[in-house]
Design a protein around this ligand. Structure first.
Ligand code: SAH
Length: 406
């Protein structure tokens, strides 16, 4: 008998509405001999078929759903066609680096695939994906012309699935220490010539954050550059200089990068050089943004544009309040050192902080800073990080561009 996940009475609604997660609390029992990581049907208390997916009793998210069609088997054809569909939907992106598979939002829960030039970087976040990983990689190299596939499953969430962290070559050649990628820069008016059309980056997929680069900010880096022409820019939480390289390419006067990671800043220096900008030592500042902002304020240092792109502050609901205070603090001090008429570009990548709440936090910061601010643009995720409507949890990145008055 195939495994059957029997729901508690009255808990079918999210499943019927195509939400891909079934929490342990919604489950009455699991019938049949389905191993963790294996495929099972999800049925109502009355035994009606609702969906099919993989299970893991160790995880609070006990089932992740793959299909709502009773006739669709979870076999090689299934995996291949899902991968194919996700990859095809990126074909017009025209980028040498992008996300090819965005997990739940591409109908492939637990799987992330990013492309960096001739390499793919894979994250297998769940046991269900771990079990079919090699098969998936086989299909991937058939669908995309690459030299190798590298795994970066060295992430904490694997522990919730009872999996150890792992990283390394899955197939083909090992990636070089850095892979060069190209992003579209800001396209200026013809009178400005070709400046800013193409921006290059070096990505360390083996040792960098996430799969090597913050691909989710690709579009925003280009959009934000438009506010930086002629400006003195402070790029906080800079990582490898993404926003700074775009800003300078668009004609920023100067960009100061701050990050706590010396390695990231070393790569930022190389990225700047690769695009024809020589960084002065005080353009790359290793330090803690919270204290550095205060130092700048005490020194009376000001900027025309300040970019705030902190790491995820909220991992559980219980952390929201504390994180809200941290966001508010950062935004308040940043506004205080902005020149009147300058732009604050502020992001939150914490999914549990809604766009509404984030806007309220930034509002609170402006009140405390005693500065009037207008939102001139709202920013989100690029199209290769889609948000499945039935899975709103996929929305995590939001940004505001604020013009900050006196
Ligand atoms: N804007 C970047 C991505 C930023 S990711 C881009 O477009 O590529 C967040 C960065 O914040 C990481 O590089 C991390 O090293 C850095 N970081 C985390 N906490 C920090 C702190 N307290 N002070 C300075 N940098 C910090």
């Amino acid at each position: 008998m195939t495994g059957r996940v029997v729901l508690k009475a009255g808990r079918e609604k999210p499943v019927r509405q195509k939400h891909p997660w079934v929490f342990s609390g919604a489950i009455q029992r699991i019938d049949g001999d389905v191993e963790d990581g294996g495929i099972a049907d999800v049925v109502s208390t009355q035994g009606e078929f609702l969906a099919r997916g993989y299970v893991n009793r160790r995880s609070q998210i006990t089932a992740r759903l793959l299909t709502w069609d009773e006739d669709e088997a979870i076999d090689s054809t299934f995996w291949r066609s899902r991968l194919e569909r996700a990859i095809r939907s990126r074909s017009t992106l025209n980028a040498t680096a992008c996300r090819l598979v965005n997990a739940e939002s591409d109908g492939l829960p637990g799987l992330v695939v990013d492309r960096y030039g001739a390499w793919l970087v894979v994250q297998a976040l769940t046991l269900g994906v771990e079990r079919v990983k090699q098969e998936l990689v086989g299909w991937l190299v058939g669908l995309v012309d690459v030299q190798g596939v590298y795994e970066r499953s060295d992430v904490d969430v694997r522990e919730k699935e009872g999996l150890a962290q792992t990283a390394g070559v899955l197939v083909g050649a090992a990636p070089p220490d850095v892979i060069e990628i190209v992003e579209r820069g800001l396209t200026l008016s013809p009178s400005d010539g070709e400046r800013g059309e193409v921006v290059r980056f070096l990505v360390d997929v083996k040792r960098g954050h996430k799969t090597g680069f913050y691909l989710d900010q690709r579009e925003n880096r280009r959009k934000v550059a438009a506010y930086c022409i002629g400006a003195e820019v402070l790029n906080l939480f800079s990582y490898t200089g993404g926003f700074a390289v775009h800003a300078l390419s668009a004609g920023a006067h100067r960009a100061v990068n701050v990050d706590s990671s010396a390695e990231a800043l070393m790569l930022a220096r190389r990225n700047l050089a690769l695009n024809g900008f020589e960084a002065r030592d005080d353009d790359l500042v290793e330090g803690d943004v919270f204290s550095l902002l205060r130092k700048y304020r005490a020194e009376g240092r000001t900027f025309d544009v300040i970019i705030l792109d902190p790491p995820k502050f909220v991992h559980t609901v219980g952390q929201i309040e504390r994180a809200a205070r941290a966001y508010k603090d950062l935004n308040r001090v940043a506004m205080q050192i902005l020149r009147p008429g300058g732009f604050l570009v502020t992001f939150s990548c914490s999914g549990l902080v809604s766009p509404d709440l984030f806007q309220k936090i930034v509002f609170g910061a402006s009140l405390d800073a005693g500065r009037n601010a207008q939102i001139v643009a709202k920013l989100s995720q690029p199209s290769d990080h889609p948000i499945l409507l039935s899975f709103p949890e996929a929305e995590y990145l939001k940004g505001l561009v604020c013009r900050v008055g006196g």
